[in-house]
Design a protein around this ligand. Sequence first.
Ligand code: FAD
Length: 404
Amino acid sequence: MDFDIPETTAALLERVRTFVDQRVIPAEAALLAAGVSGDEPVLAALRDEVRAAGMWGPQIPRELGGMGLSLLQHGLVSQELGRSPIGHFVFGCQAPDAGNIEILHRHGSPQQKERWLVPLAAGRIRSCFAMTEPENPGSNPTELSTTARTDGGDYVIDGHKWFTSSCDGAAFAVVMAITNPESPTHLRASQIVVPTDTPGFERVRNVPVMGHAGRGWGSHAEVRFHACRVPVANRLGPEGSGFLIAQERLGPGRIHHCMRWIGICERAFEMMCLRAASRRIAPDKTLASRQIVQAWIAESRAEINAARLMVLDAAFKIDRHGFAGAREEVSLIKFFVAGVMMQVVDRAVQVHGALGVSSDTVLSYFYAHERGARIYDGADEVHKMVVAKRIVQRYTEAAKGRAG
Ligand SMILES: Cc1cc2nc3c(=O)[nH]c(=O)nc-3n(C[C@H](O)[C@H](O)[C@H](O)COP(=O)(O)OP(=O)(O)OC[C@H]3O[C@@H](n4cnc5c(N)ncnc54)[C@H](O)[C@@H]3O)c2cc1C
């Protein structure tokens, strides 16, 4: 594998980094303090600057006004954007919209594309994805209770969801519901586009996370569907393909998340090193003179480098062999990178002392808001189980071969 970044990609990364340093990071504190809702004039102005600079939607196909980057290229951009919690919003590649753009592009009908994909990709509307239910284990999503029963040309949806990120202010939700209860487990559900102003769609509340309910993009809603009626034409793909489409969305989504987390690691690492080099703990000594802090710096550097190379390797394999060819790598990075991020952010907080837990730096935001990384898109334990099962399977076959 060639680890050199092609010249054109390197030049783009430099432009993105400069924009994040000079325009995004100076605006982040005020935006985060208010909770990013998506309609702030400051955010809108930054997005216009990104559009004018030709950097809008790094992962969005060109025909939809984006840059059409490969997964690997977008991963590298994502790392730069991840250095600020608002980086992805400014460049139009924030979750969950990015995933919805991807599945609408792949599976949407011409009418669905015109109504939802085009304005979503342009950043004119927002969206959310409603799969997890409070009464059922999200780790085993085949256990869904939400149903969509056909009635003439409509689906009538009943159910209860939560942690529907960014639902507050979204124009539509992509809802996972059981449409075919008699089918085999993985063919029972479909994904259906439900405009949030449909009668029977109730956003009950934004669920407080670490003490903050948030708003807009930075919130996670509890939602109820009370006989919520939408046309059957709102379904994505064939009936029963919900889990298949969800799987397609998760592969690239995990690369995006992991590279964003590497960006967070890099920002926390820079802050930790700067603080260690400048904080005096005695007249002639800084924190950086202490061996334990030196160890944190060296260990963090090694862990971030390892994590980054693992993600690039997974992205490289997906670009060449598809998601199925990189299933193991994707599970490995999902738990490994999330763990490295939490460890690095925690060390950076510790080096900053009381300042680290205050909201005067971005570290406490990362600490509180990124803890979910070890839970969403497959909890650590589930990914470890998946990887271990596949490895053990190979050894079981090898052992059988030897016995024979
Ligand atoms: C910040 C955040 C944003 C989210 N955004 C969305 C969203 O936009 N849309 C959406 O639909 N959902 C979203 N979710 C929900 C997320 O997908 C679920 O939380 C996740 O799938 C886990 O499901 P659960 O919370 O029901 O935990 P459970 O399934 O109840 O699992 C609880 C814990 O049990 C352990 N566990 C589970 N299975 C196993 C196993 N097989 N072996 C060993 N241990 C196991 C794990 O430690 C896990 O954390 C979000 C969650 C968070 C935290």
